[in-house]
Design a protein around this ligand. Sequence first.
Ligand SMILES: Nc1ncnc2c1ncn2[C@@H]1O[C@H](COP(=O)(O)OP(=O)(O)OP(=O)(O)O)[C@@H](O)[C@H]1O
Length: 268
Amino acid sequence: MTVELAANDGMIPTGPGLDASPMAVRGMTVSYGQTPVVFSVDMTVAEGSMTAIIGPNGAGKSTLLKAALGVVSSLAGQVSVFGKPLDKERSRIAYVPQRASVDWDFPTRVIDVVLMGLYRELGLLRRIRGQHRAKAMACLERVGMADFADRQIGQLSGGQQQRVFLARALAQEADLYLLDEPFAGVDAATEKAIIDVLKSLKAQGKTVVAVHHDLATVAEYFDRVFLINTRKIAEGTVEEAFTAENLDKTYGGRLATGQIDQLDLVAG
Ligand SMILES: Nc1ncnc2c1ncn2[C@@H]1O[C@H](COP(=O)(O)OP(=O)(O)OP(=O)(O)O)[C@@H](O)[C@H]1O
């Protein structure tokens, strides 16, 4: 389907399947210097799906997410969120950044990090009441971190910090969850805890998009994939798009045949 891009208020022209999409990106191009690191990328996130963004190091995965959120500026491109401009629906998105990009020496307690997720409820006066604390604690409970509520965030292990940031995202009660490498550097128990939470979000009808590096778990964890190497290579259901051919294009032949053979790929 061809979508005509017109100069308008940043909205993507509506069309079949686009209006309802939790996030639709069209013609996104981002450059930090001379060469684009994301080039003319279209992405349509399917509502209620769990999508893995896959590609080699430096492929532009994080940049694509940040540009879609307006955190980094783009040279070109349009984004719609639930069929509306990003600014109108921003509060429906929860973003969990890459762990490495957060200043963990920032002196703040775990419970305070989760309370930040409640900023909409807290209102302008930021008055924290018992009900807010209870909600934040319930979110920490969901990720198995309730016992650490009063700890300084910098005193936690990497996997524990990742859980806390997931709890903050849960507190937001968003409809679209964007996570940048949520499983990076976590142990098997934390990975299981995180995937269980993400699957429960999906069961509630929420939409989840995560940058993901472990090709071996793609088919088990996700139902859709988005493959990128500066340009979009493919997107679709795992059955349609997670193929040896697309992986070969994405990784430029850098995956050994043996590695591809071990993946739970659909023949194609
Ligand atoms: N703030 C920045 N300034 C300059 N260059 C940047 C910046 N952030 C990223 N880059 C460069 O842009 C390219 C894409 O980076 P990005 O982090 O989006 O890739 P990625 O696919 O998420 O990689 P990884 O899998 O290693 O996290 C890389 O070449 C990276 O070095």
